[in-house]
Design a binder for this molecule. Structure first.
Ligand code: ATP
Ligand code: MG
Length: 172
């Protein structure tokens, strides 16, 4: 596959950003593309790891623990996120993958685990034939300018505000 790839950003405060990215992983994998998924601020306990393990052309890695905005960030959080960004850059630049997903990259920037410039370097190194999907709330202007496709998930209503926590198989 050597046709041109594009950069997607799935952002906004409504549900569906990571789900949309994983849906694209499913479609790409069905079409025979190799896929790499890197997830910031998550551990491999998310159910997509068990599902994608069944797909030989899909590799998924999670880079670290969930942190809320305002909660203290450790040196270890920063180290893991930066290591993750390097892995994503390697995957995106290698030309080996038809699709690369950087899940919650925008949240990692918001938490200052690395800079906006560091995040944009992922776009700089992308192999021209690799499709790159970036997700997370808090898209910053610089990345919106660089993306070829931007979708904002807008919350109209979410059961989270009624106290429903993230559920296995639905949110995690
Ligand atoms: P999904 O993974 O289901 O597609 P998403 O990627 O669009 O969701 P994120 O912004 O990554 O959503 O949200 C991660 C978690 O934040 C959700 O699992 C949910 O439990 C929680 N959450 C959802 N809505 C809110 C909200 N309005 N305020 C705070 N937390 C929320
Ligand atoms: Mg998400």
């Amino acid at each position: 596959m050597d046709s041109r790839g594009y950069v997607h950003v799935y952002t906004g405060n409504g549900k569906g950003k990571t789900t949309a990215a994983l849906g694209l992983v499913l479609r790409a994998s069905g079409a025979g593309l190799s896929v790499y998924v890197g997830q910031f601020l998550k551990r491999a306990e998310y159910s997509e790891h068990a599902a994608l393990a069944l797909l030989p052309a899909v590799k998924i890695e999670a880079y670290g623990a969930q942190r809320r905005i305002g909660a203290p960030i450790s040196e270890e959080d920063i180290r893991q996120a930066r290591l993750g960004l390097e892995k994503l850059k390697e995957a995106a630049s290698s030309g080996k993958y038809g699709l690369v997903v950087a899940d919650e990259l925008l949240v990692a920037v918001r938490l200052e685990l690395f800079s906006e410039e560091d995040a944009l370097s992922l776009l700089d190194v992308r192999h021209p034939s690799t499709e790159l999907v970036i997700t997370g709330r808090y898209a910053f202007p610089g990345i919106l300018e660089r993306a070829d496709l931007v979708t904002e998930m807008k919350e109209i209503r979410h059961y989270f505000s009624q106290g429903v926590p993230a559920r296995k198989g639905i949110e995690k």
